[in-house]
Design a protein around this ligand. Structure first.
Ligand SMILES: NC(=O)c1ccc[n+]([C@@H]2O[C@H](COP(=O)([O-])OP(=O)(O)OC[C@H]3O[C@@H](n4cnc5c(N)ncnc54)[C@H](OP(=O)(O)O)[C@@H]3O)[C@@H](O)[C@H]2O)c1
Length: 283
């Protein structure tokens, strides 16, 4: 992986941090956007020291702000003219209906709209002679997701964290499949992965029962990272696109996730969020 440049979001903790560590150990250049400079610099220092890889680099970026994402990708595109692997890993699960600084329901904004915008803005760097990969994090719980195209932010229906989270994770699968169709004549593969139940900070906001169960029964972030590393590095995973991986196995995703019309309408419904942030009408 020494000649590969990988961008991974959410590498300051949990699955993302362990994936960055593993890929850093393989010698890849790792770039990771993070919202908290102090903790991100500590992670950068820790990963550089433990892997001996100095090409692990933090960039300030808050995924809850389209402006921040755009500032980051604009700077990144000035620094680099290619990107081999994009791993959209960052995500959240909030117990309250919180709005981002753009005024958008946080699960929709950070779990779906942010990776969408990041991907669309970085795609030009990935259209190169060599093969490139995009890996999106979803969840097995996306099977419970119900997409209300006219109320993606739960403004007029009752907001429940499980509904907001599962809807955003269904969006990740729909986007993966639709982007794969769009890129089928290119050398860019796009797949998504449900890592399984993992004991991470994702549950920091949850009740004691969930936290204790996770600490006793969920897998470690390092184990979950193996699936992401497999998608990023294996020859066979680079040759498939539009697939849903549960760990290291290709599985069928939910019925709704195969609905091309739904994916197209989702994209259309979200255009309003991005009209000031997409280069050259890429959307
Ligand atoms: N844990 C599970 O059981 C499980 C199961 C299925 C899917 N997943 C998915 O796996 C992915 C990784 O989650 P995890 O379990 O590793 O959780 P985690 O430990 O909470 O990590 C989440 C990462 O996302 C980052 N992040 C959140 N909001 C951000 C923002 N506004 N700007 C920049 N970065 C932000 C966090 O940064 P900070 O350090 O600044 O908070 C952190 O690095 C998520 O997409 C999640 O949905 C997890």
């Amino acid at each position: 992986m020494k000649d590969k440049h990988i961008l991974i979001t959410g590498a300051t903790s949990g699955i993302g941090k362990e994936t960055a560590r593993a890929l850093g150990n393989l010698g890849a250049r790792i770039s990771f956007p993070g919202r908290n400079k102090e903790s991100a610099l500590k992670v950068q220092e820790e990963l550089r020291r433990e892997t001996g890889n100095q090409a692990i680099q933090f960039f300030p970026c808050d995924l809850a702000s389209f402006e921040s994402i755009t500032d980051f990708t604009t700077g990144f595109r000035k620094l680099y003219n290619s990107l081999d692997i994009l791993i959209n890993n960052a995500g959240l699960w909030n117990s309250k209906r919180i709005l981002t600084q753009d005024g958008i329901e946080s699960h929709l904004a950070v779990n779906y709209l942010a990776p969408f915008l990041m991907t669309e803005q970085l795609l030009p760097l990935m259209k190169m002679p060599e093969a490139a990969r995009i890996i999106n994090l979803t969840s097995g719980i996306h099977f419970r997701g119900k997409l209300e195209l006219n109320d993606l932010e739960f403004s007029s229906r009752k907001w429940r964290s499980i509904d907001a989270y599962t809807q955003s994770k269904l969006c990740n699968v729909l986007y993966t499949k639709s982007l794969a169709r769009k890129l089928e004549d290119t050398k860019i593969s796009v797949n998504c992965i449900a890592p399984g139940w993992v004991n991470t900070g994702l549950f920091r906001d949850a009740g004691a029962f969930v936290k204790i169960s996770a600490s006793l029964m969920a897998m470690s972030p390092a184990k979950a990272a193996r699936g992401l590393v497999y998608l990023a590095t294996a020859r066979e995973t680079g040759a498939v696109s539009g697939e849903y991986f549960a760990g290291m196995k290709i599985r069928k995703s939910s019925q709704a996730s195969y609905d091309e019309q739904l994916a197209a309408e989702l994209r259309q419904n979200c255009e309003k969020y991005f009209k000031n942030y997409i280069y050259n009408n890429q959307i």
